[in-house]
Structures are given as structure tokens and as C-alpha cells.
Design a protein. Structure first.
Length: 209
């Protein structure tokens, strides 16, 4: 069964409270989402392998460590996932970026794919799938399936807020995918929104309704 890791760092939790606030402007919302994504990246990348190197400092030769050639791809689920990409890229600038376009049918609550573009070498990369909200789990599970169809095996899912229903759905469909979230909320309402959540992440990021 996939693990669920809740990142309870004080800075993440503080910024998440501001993200939830309905009075936070779109400009502030975008900045906060980017900042939280960058902070979460520390934990999501914790298991990246290192290798020893020697570095000449101004004083002497130092034994140090660097990433051991890890190839990473960030894959945001459009459109809300875009708000988290720049924060991640600030820490992992060599990562390639794929995109998966999904929208949720308002009646069935099931995901509908309209776009999918991945790096050519996606099967050689470790994938971090990015979406601010893990609600029903349908979009995330479908996106993971699309990525696996292209040969990728090591996939992590990163979100700001998760609902228990969404966590269970991803765990049932993809037991090998670890989930990283800044918070696990109470439940989904009848419209499929996370309660208390933060509303529609895409609308709040881009100022749309």
C-alpha cells in the first residue's frame, strides 16, 4: 500500500493557512502556492541518491556530496498544477516538465483527458506528479495511469491538500505511488470539493470563476 506523508513543517503550515483564506488575493495566492511547493520539494526529494566528490575550496580540498545523476520529471495536472511548478524548478532546475490536461465532469465527477505531453525519455526519469488538490482521486489516478503507459515506474504524487477519499482511491489504483501532502482534510462535500479545503485552486490561481 502506498504511503501518505503529511508535511507538517511550521513554514508550510503557516503559508497553507494563508492559502486557505478566502480573502487572499490571486497574486498572493500564486506566490504562496509557489513557496509551499518549493518547501515541500525538500521532503519529496529526500531519498535522492548522493555520490562522493572532491571540491577545491579556497582553503583546502574537501570531500563533499552531490546528486548521483538523478533524472527527474515534474508533471503538473493542468491547470492548477502549473502553480506549483516554478517553486519546484527553483530547487530542481535540471528537471524536465511534462503536462497532463484533465478536467472533472461536473455530473459524473470522473476525469476527462484533453492533453498529454511528456519528455521523450520519460521512462528513464523519476516522476513527481503535481496537483494542489487530491479530492476524489480520479484525476490523479488517471494521470498516474497515463504516465505508467509511457514506461515510467518511479512516481510520486505531491499535493497541497488531500481528502481521505482521494487518498484511498489512489492507494487502491496505484499502491506503488507515495503521496505527499501538506494537509489531509475532513471529507468531500456533495459537489466533490474538499472540506474545508481552499475552494477551486485553478480559479484562485488565475482569477477565474
Amino acid at each position: 500500500m502506498a504511503n501518505i506523508c503529511v508535511l507538517d513543517h511550521p513554514l508550510i503550515q503557516h503559508k497553507l493557512s494563508l492559502i486557505r483564506d478566502e480573502n487572499t488575493s490571486s497574486k498572493e495566492f500564486r506566490s504562496l502556492v509557489e513557496e509551499v511547493a518549493m518547501l515541500m520539494a525538500y521532503e519529496v526529494t529526500r531519498d535522492f541518491p548522493l555520490e562522493g566528490v572532491e571540491v577545491q575550496t579556497p582553503v583546502a580540498l574537501a570531500k563533499a556530496k552531490k546528486l548521483a545523476g538523478k533524472k527527474v520529471a515534474l508533471v503538473p495536472i493542468l491547470r492548477a498544477g502549473l502553480g506549483m511548478v516554478d517553486g519546484m524548478l527553483k530547487l530542481i532546475p535540471a528537471a524536465k516538465v511534462g503536462h497532463i490536461g484533465l478536467y472533472r465532469d461536473d455530473e459524473t465527477l470522473k476525469p476527462v483527458k484533453y492533453y498529454c505531453k511528456m519528455p521523450a525519455d520519460i521512462k528513464e526519469r523519476d516522476i513527481i506528479l503535481i496537483d494542489p488538490m487530491l479530492a476524489t482521486g480520479g484525476s490523479a489516478s488517471a494521470a498516474i495511469g497515463f504516465i505508467k503507459e509511457r514506461g515510467a515506474k518511479n512516481i510520486k504524487l505531491m499535493c497541497l491538500i488531500a481528502a481521505p477519499e482521494g487518498i484511498r482511491a489512489v492507494q487502491r489504483a496505484h499502491s506503488d505511488v507515495d503521496i505527499f501532502a501538506a494537509a489531509v482534510d475532513e471529507k468531500l462535500n456533495e459537489q466533490g470539493y474538499i472540506v474545508p479545503g481552499l475552494g477551486d485552486a485553478g480559479d484562485r490561481l488565475f482569477g477565474t470563476k
